[in-house]
Design a protein around this ligand. Structure first.
Ligand code: HEC
Ligand code: HEC
Ligand code: HEC
Ligand code: HEC
Length: 386
């Protein structure tokens, strides 16, 4: 008797049920928004139930109190204030209270400080926090092309946690078994930083840390021998695009017209903002996150020993504009809206438990691309302005 028939039928039924009720299946109702011209099929779909949870999770907290900019400066009152010296005492205290709420609400001041000596840098989190202040200042001064006037604070990423919810690192798991499976080129496993697809699992290393070209499109119908990108490169680009879509809770249509993924003229203006976002995220990882490698303990690194890095989701947390576009900058313009007069520290000689003084001078970082870089994107300037 053909026993396999009832087995196959029941397995098939179970699979069908699982695919409807299992994780990743969006049950109706679904909200649909038209984002392009009629007839181009440009719709963004959102699960209505998930929107409620996202709205509740993405609310900007108010400043603990309004700080007066008058009075002696923190730089003269305290012993070891290297970045925020220009703040008034009231502003400085308000800032310390705020970062405590944003980063370590349960542990309090002692998460970064030795309570016996607040000037000491012996707790590594204080050294990290100082560099994070510089990073946030850079976001708000050099990257208006992405964050606009809305800007970012520590809360944009941290949300009341020492380590933000969303970050990425070099992912080599599961390790190949060996022999012929040795080199799977990062494919055919669940890529957790690319929307759990089976696309290349370390594409973010290529695009959000290194600057591998993202463009893969050929503009001629027949091969002309001028486009070096093949299927492999295209899958890498796709993997990055999955990360971007997942991070923003958006689909490809938010930034593209799918009839011509390459064409800037047919793309929504969000794509230009996203282009700057890619440059910014890369610069933050290269200059700030990677630079902190010697300071972070092993428990704060990925299995391959690299620091946790910033992705689009680190700020966006599943919505198209972080905190739905609410700006927290008004209360923090003096602390996070301009750069302090200190240079990039050299952490390569970092000794845990010691106080390291940063060299005075302008903060330097990988410069934001000037207008010329944007001009290199055909149509970019146009769509940025309309
Ligand atoms: C997330 C880490 C973090 C938390 C939490 C934190 N601080 Fe700080 N604190 C810093 C950093 C970084 C500096 C140095 C700033 C600079 O160099 O510009 C600093 C400096 C100080 C100083 C100056 C000490 C000196 O003499 O140089 C005081 C005072 C201070 N913090 C008080 C507090 C208080 C009070 C709290 C709790 C309400 C607190 N801090 C919570 C990171 C933190
Ligand atoms: C663009 C996103 C982003 C912003 C903005 C940001 N951080 Fe972070 N921060 C991170 C990431 C990612 C990590 C985790 C790195 C790791 O653990 O390897 C981190 C780690 C830290 C840690 C170390 C926590 C620990 O337990 O090891 C501290 C402290 C910290 N940030 C403070 C701050 C402060 C203070 C600000 C604002 C001045 C800030 N951060 C702004 C992304 C951000
Ligand atoms: C948040 C905006 C955004 C989303 C969402 C997005 N993309 Fe992109 N995409 C971009 C940007 C920006 C570029 C150009 C990057 C560059 O040129 O450096 C790009 C480039 C591409 C390219 C290469 C175009 C070329 O010139 O070769 C392809 C293909 C692509 N995206 C496909 C997708 C797919 C498929 C999705 C959905 C899974 C998607 N994108 C989602 C912003 C986005
Ligand atoms: C440092 C935090 C931060 C990071 C990291 C970040 N963004 Fe953003 N992004 C913002 C802020 C803030 C805004 C809102 C700007 C505004 O209100 O004008 C924004 C806006 C956008 C928009 C415009 C949305 C709209 O509807 O107008 C797009 C698209 C976008 N980001 C894509 C990306 C992509 C793609 C990445 C990763 C490559 C990324 N962002 C990384 C902070 C960030």
């Amino acid at each position: 008797m053909n026993l396999w028939i009832p087995f196959a039928a029941s397995a098939g039924t179970l699979l069908a049920i699982a695919s409807f009720v299992g994780a990743g299946w969006d049950a109706p109702p679904v909200q649909t928004e038209q984002v392009g011209y009629r007839g181009t099929g440009m719709f963004v779909h959102r699960d209505v139930e998930k929107q409620e949870a996202l709205k509740a999770a993405n609310v900007a907290p108010p400043a603990p109190w309004e700080a007066s900019p008058d009075g002696d400066k923190a730089g003269t009152i305290y012993e070891n204030v290297q970045v925020l010296g220009d703040l008034s005492d009231d502003q400085f205290n308000q800032f310390m209270a705020s970062i405590t709420e944003w980063v370590a609400p349960e542990a309090g001041c002692n998460y970064c400080h030795n309570p016996e000596n607040l000037a000491s840098d012996e707790v590594y989190t204080k050294v990290v926090a100082r560099r994070m202040i510089q990073m946030t200042q850079t976001i708000n001064t050099d990257w208006n092309s992405h964050v606009g006037a809305t800007g970012a604070t520590c809360y944009t990423c941290h949300r009341g946690q020492a380590v933000p919810v969303s970050y990425w690192y070099k992912d080599m798991e599961p390790k190949p078994a060996g022999n012929m499976t040795q080199n799977r080129a990062g494919q055919n496993v669940v890529a957790k930083f690319a929307g759990n697809s089976s696309l290349p699992q370390n594409a973010l290393m290529d695009y959000l840390l290194n600057d591998k070209p993202i463009r893969v499109h050929t503009l001629t119908a027949l091969p002309s021998g001028t486009n070096p990108a093949g299927v492999k490169e295209t899958e890498g680009t796709w993997s990055l695009m999955m990360h971007m879509s997942e991070s923003l809770g958006a689909n490809c249509m938010t930034c593209h017209n799918s009839r011509a993924f390459n064409d800037w003229d047919q793309s929504p203006p969000q794509r230009v903002t996203a282009w700057h976002g890619i440059q910014m995220t890369r610069a933050l990882n290269l200059t700030y996150m990677e630079g902190l490698t010697p300071v972070f303990p092993d428990t704060r690194k990925g299995p391959e020993g690299d620091v946790f890095k910033v992705g689009c989701g680190t700020c966006h947390n599943g919505v198209q504009k972080p905190l739905y576009g609410a700006s927290m900058m008004d209360a923090y313009r003096d602390s996070l809206g301009k750069k302090g007069a200190t240079d990039v520290p050299d952490f390569s000689t970092y000794q845990p438990g010691t106080t390291q003084t940063l060299a005075p001078g302008r903060q330097s970082a990988i410069p934001a691309p000037a207008g010329t870089a944007l001009a290199a994107i055909p149509g970019a300037q146009k769509s940025a302005s309309d």
